[in-house]
Design a protein around this ligand. Structure first.
Ligand code: BES
Ligand code: MN
Ligand code: ZN
Length: 506
């Protein structure tokens, strides 16, 4: 979809429809008059009162302007999140009505207290994310598809053009990064085995002007990444590690780093998973997808801080040569690990990916994302990310971005007892704790050992990585959760203040 900005109220942009996002009980006398009582009638019949989730389409009086007006409710207040949701519902309604172009009022949102840049960004996010669909694998059924191909954001009499333009450009970068991640997640596992997925990342990096390095198994063996490689042993396709670098001109500071779990399919290995719902394990590379999508958004939005993205790509399969429960492996850090359950593989991938990132880049911080544990879904449900970390200020920033982006996160504990539970019997560590309780926390404590002293946040996205029920701007399938948190973190980056002592609970 093409986005542009203009002054005025949107009546004169030659679009098929005008979109008006309205707060509950908001009055617009001009629009009421134009519609000659139709809006009042909708309100009386409680069809459209501006409540969250309400959308209505009304014909406009003839006179050369848009043929329809689409009303979408924001609920109690205009906030970035209520704008994203209403904008998404309006854009999807336009598509359903086969309306190819829309003009969206930004000035009415400024009147409601939002700044023009933020309002424009939220409108673009809502429409760009809401209209996403993966139709690559569907044969056209003869029915022609309409896309909403053009949206004009209208700034009213005060215009706000340059602020809106900045919001549009940034919002687009966030959408493209998120939708790229969704495409990767929604690609079936037979088409994204590690070498193929690494090729896709390389092609994206070339298009976007990012530096890209792909490690093959020989190189990883030389670097002694025994933990990651142990997961890959059962697959007929080799592992890969993708490293993307964004470096702004003239910058000499250390980068911030994003690290993702990229298990392109998780059978569980010899500790094989039950067959029900196994097809969902095609999404077990959502952490890597978020990192790659965030790097795309970063390449487009060009923050001042250098950024590296690292994705550990493996396929966890069953085979005569697969790693056995009881095997002991040696990680790149030198830590030996007893594998008591080959289904606890994500942490093994991240152990080496985190250590590699730390050693190679000495980054200012590391954020890892992983569909790590079912236990995190038990704790927080399907819509909330579990957040762990060792650096108070960094945790605070990510928590805040979770609120602001709508990718909600909740801070979970890293008490010493969780680390204790991960000690090995004959090796240094074990890849599972003795019992099943607190499984998300013990997994995070395992990672903490490899993140070591680097300010670090771990996001367990097992729940929100995909959805089986569409939300306004999250269609069914991969959600691309985390992309906007990472990109916004880079955009607003400020050096962390060195932390005295350990974070709460560590
Ligand atoms: N990829 C899974 C976690 C997962 C489960 C993600 C459900 C999304 C939906 C992970 O590799 C896994 O299998 N974790 C195990 C760990 C256990 C063996 C300690 C789990 O959560 O059961
Ligand atoms: Mn697993
Ligand atoms: Zn997994």
């Amino acid at each position: 979809m093409r986005f542009s900005v203009a002054g005025g109220d949107g009546h004169d942009q030659g679009t098929d429809a005008l979109v008006r996002l309205m707060r509950k009980d908001e009055k617009d006398e001009h629009l009421e008059k134009t519609l000659g009582g139709a809006l009042a009638s909708l309100r009386e019949r409680k069809v459209f009162e501006g409540k969250e989730g309400q959308v209505s389409v009304l014909p406009m009086p003839e006179g050369g302007g848009p043929e329809f007006v689409i009303l979408a409710g924001m609920g109690d207040a205009a906030t970035p999140e209520s704008v994203r949701c209403a904008s998404a519902l309006a854009a999807k309604r336009a598509r359903a009505e086969r309306l190819g172009s829309i003009a969206v009022s930004v000035s009415s949102l400024v009147d409601e207290g939002l700044d023009a840049r933020g309002a424009a960004q939220a409108i673009v996010e809502g429409a760009g994310l809401g209209l996403y669909r993966m139709d690559r694998y569907k044969n056209a059924d003869g029915e022609e598809k309409t896309e909403v191909s053009r949206a004009v954001l209208c700034g009213g009499p005060n215009k706000n053009l340059s602020a809106m333009r900045r919001g549009v450009r940034y919002g687009r970068a966030l959408c493209e990064g998120t939708n790229y991640a969704r495409d990767l997640i929604n690609t079936p596992s037979n088409e994204k085995r590690p070498p193929a997925l690494a090729d896709m990342a390389r092609a994206m990096a070339r298009r976007e002007g990012l530096r890209c390095r792909v490690l093959d198994e020989k190189q990883m063996e030389r670097m002694k990444m025994g933990a990651l490689l142990s997961v890959s042993r059962g697959s007929s396709e080799p592992a890969r590690m993708v490293i993307l670098e964004y470096r702004p001109q003239g910058s000499r500071t250390k980068p911030i780093a994003f690290v993702g779990k990229g298990v392109t399919f998780d059978t569980g290995g010899i500790s094989i998973k039950p067959s029900g719902g196994l097809e969902l394990m095609t999404t077990d590379m959502s952490g890597a997808a978020a990192v790659l999508g965030a790097m795309l958004a970063v390449a487009r939005s060009k923050p001042r801080v250098p950024v590296v993205g690292v994705a550990g790509l493996v396929e966890n399969m069953v085979d005569g040569d697969a790693t056995r429960p009881g095997d002991i492996v040696r990680s790149m850090k030198g830590t030996t690990v007893e594998i008591h359950n080959t289904d606890a593989e994500g942490r093994l991938v991240l152990a080496d990916a985190l250590h590699y990132t730390r050693e190679k880049y000495k980054p200012q911080c590391m954020i890892d994302l992983a569909t790590l544990t079912g236990a995190c879904m038990v704790a927080l449900g399907q819509k909330v990310t579990g957040m762990y970390g060792t650096h108070g200020e960094l945790l605070e920033r990510v928590r805040d971005l979770g609120e602001r982006t709508g990718d909600r996160v909740w801070h979970m504990p890293l008490f010493p007892e969780y680390g204790e539970a991960m000690k090995g019997r004959i090796a240094d560590m074990c890849n599972i704790s003795g019992g099943r309780w607190g499984g998300a926390n013990t997994a995070a404590a395992f990672l903490q050992h490899f993140a070591d002293e680097t300010p670090w946040v771990h996001l367990d996205i097992a729940g929100p990585s995909h959805t089986s029920k569409a939300e306004p701007y999250r269609p069914e399938g991969g959600t691309g959760v985390g992309v906007r948190i990472l990109a916004e973190l880079a955009t607003a980056w400020k050096r962390l203040t060195p932390q005295e002592g350990k974070a709460y609970g560590c």
